[in-house]
Design a protein around this ligand. Structure first.
Ligand SMILES: NC(=O)c1ccc[n+]([C@@H]2O[C@H](COP(=O)([O-])OP(=O)(O)OC[C@H]3O[C@@H](n4cnc5c(N)ncnc54)[C@H](O)[C@@H]3O)[C@@H](O)[C@H]2O)c1
Length: 354
């Protein structure tokens, strides 16, 4: 039995010249952790299983972890994704192999919620327009009164989804004195009430919101859930914000309502096609604020994501079930439980794994 807990970092955590891709990802806690040995592997996408045979944990950036990435020998216990998306991981193959797949909701919660507020304030404050007016000089200043912003007190903020990020937005909105509504078929009234949020039917969310933000996952159920029919229910003064996933919104339908001025504007961190085609008509609209799926990218965001991954890996090393496990059935898998117990015996305070 190896006396070190070996942690691999996928090769894309370093640029070709050896500098770190995310300098704010602090690896010191991992380097200094007793019993831990970490190494950047020279991986490509998809990662090969052979490279992972001698590791207990993998912290994975963007490289694909497919069925072929499962190492022989059964040593690997956890794949910790750097972020919350896990479409690059074959979760089913991991579950079959008794490997936990972990994501980092703690790392993105505040940064994405702050991005939603950024878009709301920029849209309702007409920041982009006022920037342009200023650059026009005297002619722009003369037009100021034609570009009033929208005050938020008493206005209604609606969220499609009230999970990790949606709930954080509502917490941050407290001092804004807005009315708070949400639609989420999987959240209970009590959790919503604790946040001061009224749960409403889907169509009512579109009818009532002055600012409507999308914070649900992309699924068969939510693909194009924001469609022409529902956009038609929105107030002409309302704004749509999407920081979740592009295909949740029918972008062609949105482009049409924006071009016709049937809603006031939109703030989009995500698009149906990323990057968009050069001739995508949404790029021509001046009532849209766009970001390249990176509005939440800050020093603190990457530090937080990295810290959450390190915590998850060290939890496993000490025989504890980490937060953010995607494949929950693994937690009940006999091989996984045995491995956790073993880690607990070797490195930690003992596993609490039933
Ligand atoms: N822009 C970015 O950089 C970025 C970063 C992180 C996350 N995201 C995206 O943000 C989204 C939300 O993330 P999260 O961490 O809050 O996820 P989460 O799983 O914690 O919360 C999602 C919520 O959506 C709800 N939901 C599911 N189906 C729904 C439906 N049909 N209608 C309404 N609500 C529904 C769920 O019940 C849940 O409460 C995800 O799509 C995620 O990929 C984007």
């Amino acid at each position: 039995m190896a006396d070190t807990f070996r942690v691999a970092l996928s090769g894309d955590f370093k640029h070709a010249d050896g500098t770190p891709t995310f300098p704010d990802f602090d690896l010191e806690p991992l380097r200094l952790a007793p019993g831990v040995e970490m190494a950047f592997i020279d991986s490509e996408s998809p990662i090969s299983g052979e490279q992972l045979q001698d590791f207990d944990a993998l912290i994975l950036l963007a490289h694909r972890f497919g069925r072929e990435s499962i190492p022989q020998g059964g040593r690997l216990a956890v794949v910790a994704r750097f972020g919350v998306g896990f479409d690059s991981v074959d979760v089913e193959a991991c579950t079959e192999a008794g490997i936990a797949v972990v994501i980092t909701p703690d790392g993105v919660r505040r940064p994405v919620a702050a991005s939603i507020l950024t878009l709301m304030l920029a849209l309702t404050g007409k920041v982009m327009t006022k920037d342009r007016l200023t650059r026009e000089g005297a002619a722009g200043y003369a037009k100021r009164s034609a570009h009033m912003g929208v005050g938020l007190v008493g206005r209604t903020f609606g969220s499609l989804g009230i999970g990790n990020i949606g709930a954080e937005v509502f917490r941050l909105l407290k001092p804004f004195d807005m009315k708070l509504i949400a639609h989420d078929p999987y959240v209970d009234q009590r959790a919503a009430a604790e946040l001061g949020v009224e749960l409403v039917e889907l169509e009512d969310l579109f009818r009532r919101a002055d600012v409507l933000s999308v914070s649900c996952p992309l699924s068969k159920e939510t693909q194009h859930i924001v469609n022409a029919e529902r956009l038609a229910l929105m107030k002409p003064t309302a704004y749509l914000i999407n920081t979740a996933r592009g295909p949740i919104v029918d972008q062609q339908a949105l482009t049409e309502v924006l071009a016709d001025g049937r809603i006031a504007g939109a703030g989009l961190d995500v698009l149906e096609k990323e990057p968009p085609d050069d001739d995508d008509p949404i790029l021509k609209l001046d009532n849209v604020i766009l970001a390249p799926h990176a509005l939440c990218w800050t020093d603190q965001c990457f530090a937080g994501i990295g810290a959450a991954d390190v915590t998850a890996v060290l939890d496993i090393q000490h025989g504890r079930i980490p937060r953010g496990v995607v494949n929950r059935t693994v937690v009940e898998d006999a091989r996984f439980k045995e491995r956790l117990r073993e880690f607990g015996r070797r490195f930690g305070s003992g596993a609490k794994v039933g």
